[in-house]
Write a protein that binds this ligand. Structure first.
Ligand SMILES: [Zn+2]
Length: 133
């Protein structure tokens, strides 16, 4: 079970979102329903986390949320991908998080990325004889 030991859930209400999250900060978030310990949806905002959560609060998509402010678009994307892969099959997210606009970055947790990195490693195909002096 995906559970963060120090994670605090906040009521997904507009006034609390406005109180907690400054304007124009980027970050990731998870949405929860009442009495469920695991998130039902994970997401991020590359422009304004506050506005994104306010939209969720107005549509009453969930009862609670948690969030992390991120300092770069790359970290924001990787954090969302990490949660997405950890919770795959348990959350409502239907598609893999897209990379931020204008950034050529791949999800480090996808099998295809792992295979690409592994296949790019240098391999020694024959035995190397070290010359000792
Ligand atoms: Zn991935």
């Amino acid at each position: 079970m995906f559970e963060h030991p120090q994670r605090r859930l906040y009521c997904l209400s507009p006034w609390l979102v406005r109180l907690l999250i400054p304007v124009d900060y980027i970050g990731t978030y998870s949405l929860y329903r009442f009495r469920e310990k695991e998130p039902i949806y994970i997401g991020r905002s590359d422009t304004c986390l506050r506005n994104r959560l306010l939209r969720h609060a107005h549509t009453k998509r969930a009862d609670y949320f948690d969030y992390d402010i991120q300092w770069t678009l790359e970290k924001c994307f990787i954090a969302e991908c990490s949660a997405y892969h950890a919770l795959l099959g348990k959350i409502d997210n239907l598609i893999h998080p897209p990379p931020p606009k204008g950034l050529d970055i791949k999800c480090p947790f996808c099998r295809s990325t792992f295979d690409r990195i592994r296949n790019n490693r240098l391999t020694i195909s024959k035995k190397v004889n070290f010359i000792s002096s």
